[in-house]
Every structure is written in structure tokens, then in C-alpha cells.
Ligand binder design. Structure first.
Ligand code: SF4
Length: 366
């Protein structure tokens, strides 16, 4: 049975921005969405491949191909003679301490994969992400959390450097961040203070850009208040004598309002869906099932299908496709050479935000 932490490392980013989210999220029972099911299956496929085990029956071709990329990256620098075995989905306890307090916060987490490289005295931790949103390893608190727990669970191995890698084969993105043991210790202090704040009752609710993925967004009073406030702003009449400065400020404000409104709308839509699923009536709304993309079954015999297709004079294999110029540079092709054979056409003119002043418009609600 899977254990769940009260303060899961996977949502630590949100607790750092909104300490009250821990308490509010704990009151919401989340339905296991298709998206979450896909992510769980993708992780099972990746773990099975990494451990040379039989793949789950419902694995899709796309999942297997992406998992192969992940496995390749994890094994890239792993030398069996000088490295520890690769630990796959190994649960570790994490005990956060601070230099300013005697108390500690006990937690646990499950890193996707890690190993110690004796040759270079490095702990390498890997996180496999199956979503489409780019995630960077730098200052990734979830991975920092894992690194602390792994080092605590393997005290006999004294790694002086830590390498954190996020692998996102679906969007061809790999991000690595290296830190020293001393740096990790200072991050542990920050994590401790943040988690301690979030564990308090009635901690502060702060609307932020991670509200979009917050389980509590349909019931969050702070988000509701911020959305209603901004909608009220949107109703104000547009003046013709706006100075360029005011114009810029209003565009930023409206962009922020749109984000809040989208966030609240998606939360309310989810709530309506779950009420309809439970047999309740939501006036003017019903459930429509959209079909996902049709994929070839991983275990189906595609060679046989190809033979059938020939009978119908139908070509079912794609012609060879080139990877993109950017992917070629990432794979090591000299940039000058790529430049010679590639081009970038000028797109439509678009307003670009150039100064990071948007934060002053973000609502903070007690
Ligand atoms: S919706 Fe936003 S403000 Fe509300 S609890 Fe979640 S993260 Fe905090």
C-alpha cells in the first residue's frame, strides 16, 4: 500500500509560496484523474525498464520509448565497478533539522532513481517527469528534499557533491544542477523553516502561480477573493487618455487577472464534473467524454499489421524524420554547422514583457 506524507516533497514548492495550502489541501479528496493515472503508469514503465523487469501490460509505445530515453540518461555515467547499485523508487525517510532549533520534522519521499558514484564522490539523483511543462533542476526543492533524505539514509557514504537531474523525454528536456554538501545543508535550514510554518494551524494563504495545480483551489477563500477583486477591476471603464506607463501597468494587471480567472474556472469545472459524476444535477452542464489520441498497443504485432497494410496498398510507417536544429545542437552538433543549414522565420509581432515587475500586482491575502 502506498503511504502518503502529510507534507509530500512533491508539493513543497507550493507550501513555500503558500504555507496555508498544506492545511487546505488536506481537506480535499482528489479524484485519480486520467492525467495522474498516465503519470503513474509512465513511472511504473520507467522503473520496470531500469530494473530489467517485465513491463506492465497497458504500457503504450510512447511510454516505453520515453522511458528508454530516461533509462539511457540514468545509466549513462553509471559504472558498476565504481558506483553503488542504482536504487529505483526506494523510499527514504527525511528528517529536517535546523541550526537554530533542536526540534526536527520527520517526513519521507520516494526518489525515482539514485546512485552513489565512488569515483567522483557524487550522489546522483534522478527525477522522471512525464508532463509537458518544463521543470528545471536548479533550486528544485523536491529534489533537494530527496537528496537530504538519501544522504541521511546512507550515512556511511560521504558524498561531497550532489547532482540532481530532471529528465523529461516527452519534451526533450534534461536539466542538471550540481551543489556541494555545504550548500545542501543551508537549503535544509530553509526547508525546515518553511515546513514548520506550513504545519501551523491557519497558516497564511497566498495566491501564487502554483494555484493552478493546487488541490484546494475550488474551495480556497484567498483565490476566490483575489479572482472576484480582479474581475471587479476588469469592469472599470477604459479611458482613452491612458499614459504609456498606465497602459503597461494595466496590461500586466489584466494578464494576472486572466491567470487567476483561468485558475478558478478550472477548479470550478472540476468540482462540477465530480458532482455530475456523483449523480447530482448542475444546471446547464453535462459530462461529455472526449476520446484520447488513438495509439498502437505496445504489445501488438505491428509487423503483422504492416503486412496487412501492404495488401491495402497502405504505407503505415513514417518516412525518416530529422530531429529539430535545437535538438541537434543539444546532441553535440556544432552550432555554426546547424546555423548554416537552418533558418528561423520572423513571426507575427507580439507584445513582450521585458521587466519583472508583475510581482507587485500579485495579491497576498491574509
Ligand atoms: S489555491 Fe492558491 S492560495 Fe489557495 S491554498 Fe492553493 S496555493 Fe494557496
Amino acid at each position: 500500500m502506498t503511504r502518503h506524507s502529510e507534507i509530500p516533497p512533491s508539493s513543497v514548492h507550493r507550501r513555500m509560496l503558500c504555507p496555508g495550502s498544506r492545511e487546505l489541501e488536506s481537506t480535499v479528496i482528489e479524484e485519480f484523474s486520467n492525467y495522474a493515472q498516465e503519470g503513474t503508469l509512465a513511472h511504473t514503465v520507467a522503473a520496470s525498464l531500469l530494473e530489467d523487469e517485465i513491463l506492465p501490460e497497458n504500457a503504450t509505445t510512447e511510454m516505453v520509448e520515453n522511458a528508454k530515453e530516461y533509462v539511457k540518461i540514468v545509466r549513462e555515467n553509471h559504472d558498476e565497478k565504481t558506483c553503488s547499485p542504482i536504487f529505483v523508487e526506494n523510499s527514504v525517510s527525511i528528517c529536517l533539522r535546523s541550526s537554530v532549533s533542536d526540534s526536527e520534522i520527520v517526513n519521507f519521499g520516494t526518489p525515482d532513481a539514485f546512485y552513489f558514484s565512488g569515483k567522483r564522490n557524487i550522489l546522483r539523483v534522478f527525477d522522471y517527469k512525464y508532463g509537458y511543462k518544463t521543470v528545471e533542476a536548479k533550486m528544485n526543492w523536491q529534489m533537494i528534499y530527496y537528496a537530504i533524505g538519501i544522504l541521511q539514509s546512507h550515512r556511511a557514504i560521504c558524498s561531497q557533491a550532489i547532482e540532481l537531474t530532471i529528465v523529461q523525454p516527452r519534451i526533450n528536456h534534461v536539466s542538471t544542477w550540481s551543489i556541494s554538501r555545504e550548500e545542501l545543508n543551508s537549503y535544509e535550514n530553509l526547508l525546515y523553516i518553511s515546513e514548520l510554518t506550513s504545519l501551523k494551524e491557519n497558516a497564511l494563504l497566498k495566491v501564487n502561480h502554483l494555484c493552478f495545480t493546487c488541490k484546494a483551489r475550488s474551495i480556497c477563500p484567498a483565490l476566490r477573493k483575489a479572482t472576484l477583486n480582479t474581475l471587479h477591476e476588469a469592469e472599470l471603464p477604459i479611458r482613452n487618455d491612458l499614459s504609456s506607463q498606465s497602459l503597461s501597468i494595466e496590461i500586466q494587471l489584466l494578464e494576472h487577472m486572466l491567470d487567476l480567472a483561468k485558475c478558478r474556472l478550472s477548479a470550478l469545472e472540476q468540482e462540477a464534473l465530480s458532482r455530475l459524476n456523483a449523480g447530482n444535477i448542475v444546471p446547464n452542464y453535462t459530462i461529455e467524454h472526449t476520446a484520447s489520441r488513438t495509439m498502437w498497443k505496445y504489445n501488438s504485432d505491428l509487423t503483422e499489421l504492416k503486412n496487412y497494410a501492404e495488401l491495402f496498398d497502405c504505407q503505415i510507417e513514417k518516412p525518416i524524420e530529422f530531429i529539430t536544429p535545437l535538438q541537434a545542437i543539444k546532441k553535440g552538433l556544432p552550432e555554426e554547422l546547424v546555423d548554416k543549414y537552418s533558418e528561423r522565420k520572423r513571426g507575427e509581432p507580439k507584445l513582450k514583457y521585458i521587466k519583472n515587475t508583475a510581482d507587485i500586482f500579485k495579491n497576498t491575502i491574509d
